[in-house]
Design a protein around this ligand. Structure first.
Ligand SMILES: [Zn+2]
Length: 187
C-alpha cells in the first residue's frame, strides 16, 4: 500500500506528550490532539480540520437524500471517506462529521451498513449500541466535560449562547447535557 506523506503534526501548544493521529482511540486523546494542533477556537473544535489532517480520511460535502445526515465508507483497504449532507446547517454537519469520525475510530469492522448513509440524533434506533457509542464520542469531543460544565456556569445555561460557543445545534447541546446526567438550568 502506498504510504501517505507525513504531515507536520508536531506543533505543540500545551505540555502534554505529542500524539500521533493514528493513536486517537479515546475522546481524551482526540481532544488533546486537537488542542495540540490548534484546532480548538475558544471551546469550538474544528472537526473538519481534524479529518483533513488524517491521511487515511477524505471528506465530501454533498447533497444527500432527505433524511440522511452522513455516511462513512471504506474506499480501499485502510482508506475511508466521510460524506456529509451539504443541505444541512453548519452545526448539524459538524455533529454529523464528529459522529462519522467516531465510527472511523471505534467501528471499522462494522462500516458496511453505514455506507448508504444514516440519520443521526433524530432516529428511532438511537438505543443501538454502535450508534450510542458514536453519539457519545461525538458529543464528548465537541463538548468536553470540563469545558461544558465551565461554560454552563459562565452562561447560566443559556442554550443559544452555549450552542454558539461550541458551534453545535441546540439538539446536540441537550444530548450532551442529558448524557452528563444534567437536568434543568435551561439545558
Ligand atoms: Zn452512526
Amino acid at each position: 500500500m502506498r504510504k501517505a506523506p507525513k504531515r507536520p503534526i508536531k506543533k505543540l501548544t500545551v505540555a502534554i506528550p505529542p500524539l500521533e493521529i493514528d493513536a486517537l482511540d479515546t475522546t481524551k486523546r482526540v481532544v488533546d490532539f486537537c488542542i495540540q494542533q490548534g484546532l480548538v477556537d475558544g471551546v469550538s473544535t474544528d472537526i473538519e480540520g481534524l479529518i483533513a489532517l488524517d491521511p487515511n480520511l477524505a471528506l465530501k460535502k454533498v447533497p444527500l437524500r432527505d433524511g440522511i445526515d452522513a455516511y462513512i465508507k471504506e474506499l480501499s483497504p485502510g482508506r475511508y471517506e466521510i460524506g456529509v449532507n451539504s443541505k444541512h446547517s453548519q452545526t448539524r454537519q459538524k455533529f454529523s462529521m464528529a459522529h462519522e469520525y467516531a465510527h472511523y475510530r471505534l467501528h471499522k469492522d462494522n462500516l458496511a451498513e453505514l455506507a448508504e448513509g444514516e440519520r443521526i440524533l433524530h432516529r428511532s434506533d438511537d438505543w443501538n449500541t454502535i450508534e450510542q457509542q458514536a453519539n457519545s464520542f461525538a458529543a464528548e469531543i465537541l463538548m468536553p466535560e470540563d469545558q461544558f460544565r465551565e461554560e454552563i456556569r459562565r452562561t447560566g445555561g443559556s442554550i443559544s449562547e452555549l450552542a454558539e460557543k461550541f458551534g453545535v445545534s441546540p439538539l446536540a447541546l441537550r444530548y450532551r447535557a442529558k448524557n452528563l446526567g444534567m437536568r434543568g438550568h435551561g439545558v
